[in-house]
Design a protein around this ligand. Structure first.
Ligand SMILES: [Zn+2]
Length: 154
């Protein structure tokens, strides 16, 4: 699967399904899945800050926790994290700590993104671990979900 753009599109579809479920609890629609080296989904998550009252309940953190539980280890080498929105600084830090080798993201976040936009935590030369970043996968769909959510909030 590595490097196959169609595969990334399919995986982003799964992350989009997660994201689309978030507004049911008033949460911003961001979704994430973690797949192993064979492309099997080992973790999934969506933004659940409102649902849980937990400021750290971002889609990526929840997906990483689920993947670690599935695999029985904290070190997620060989895995790919697929997320609808560019990770924030906290999530980028968690990705580095989990030793995830690759992130596939949908929409860039020019206000708070930390995998290339505002910061680049995952490719910082001082970092203990470097991450490959594949951006802009189904970017319009990922961005539209967010735009629709915030427009409906007004
Ligand atoms: Zn985050």
């Amino acid at each position: 699967m590595y490097g196959d753009p169609r595969r990334f599109d399919d995986l982003m579809g799964l992350a989009l399904v997660e994201a689309a479920a978030a507004p049911a609890t008033g949460d911003v629609p961001v979704g994430a899945v973690v797949v192993d080296a064979d492309g099997a989904v080992v973790g999934a998550g969506r933004n659940a800050r409102e649902a849980t009252g937990d400021p750290t309940a971002h889609a990526e953190v929840l997906a990483l926790r689920a993947a670690a539980e599935t695999l029985g280890r904290w070190r997620l080498d060989g895995c790919t994290l697929v997320v609808t929105l560019e990770p924030c600084a906290m999530c980028a830090g968690a990705i580095v700590l989990a030793r995830v080798p690759r992130v596939v993201l949908g929409a860039w976040d020019p206000k708070a993104g930390a995998t290339g936009s505002v910061w680049d935590v995952v490719r910082d030369p001082r970092s203990v671990h470097r991450v490959e970043v594949v951006g802009g996968v189904r970017e319009d769909e990922c961005g539209d979900l967010l735009r629709d959510f915030f427009e409906n909030q007004r």
